[in-house]
Design a protein around this ligand. Sequence first.
Ligand SMILES: N[C@@H](CCC(=O)N[C@@H](CS)C(=O)NCC(=O)O)C(=O)O
Length: 209
Amino acid sequence: MTETELHGYCYSVYTWIARFALFEKGVEYRLIEVNPFSETGHPAHPFGKVPLLIHNGFQVYETSAITRFLDSAFPGPSLQPVDVQERARSDQIINIIDSYAYWPLVRQVSSHGFFKKAFGLEADQSELACGLDASPKVLAALNELVTEQGLLKTGQLSLADIHLGPMISYFEMAPEGAKLLRSYSKLSQWWETISKRPGIEQSKPKLPR
Ligand SMILES: N[C@@H](CCC(=O)N[C@@H](CS)C(=O)NCC(=O)O)C(=O)O
């Protein structure tokens, strides 16, 4: 019997990405809740973070490695294009997200424009301002890459969509983020389509309204 376990945190955007991929691949799994922001972080993760996947004893961390592993190890729709240029594009988008989008969009704009308030905590306006300053460059680069067919020319759901969806969703939970997103029409249109997928909704963190 195969066993798949995902160690994640209820509000983590990266956990959401891994869960979205698990859903799209139709993988059954056990979700183990670990708070990476606790004093020790995740004890089994050398950097204390989440998510971390264990499949039949094989342990892997780093979200893009997890989603690529899930795509290759499980049947179901292929989430990585065969065409080499499209695959490079998908990898490029995932790297842009990890290197340039996560911090300003999620940790600054979403955290300080939505999250802190939702949890009755004090937001740091200077962090929000820094995030809003840094976001346009990232949104413009992503907007430029959106094709008429979707994020990729194949028009199929890919790991790039799965990586970007939760980040954009968190970003637009902040009113300032939602307003900024509207200036990038191709990206907004892409988000309009992806946000309707059952997989993104089903794996979405339960947040206070
Ligand atoms: N490069 C990691 C990043 C994971 C990450 O930053 N996860 C956040 C939650 S969304 C975390 O664990 N943060 C805890 C911390 O930064 O101390 C990946 O791709 O999995």
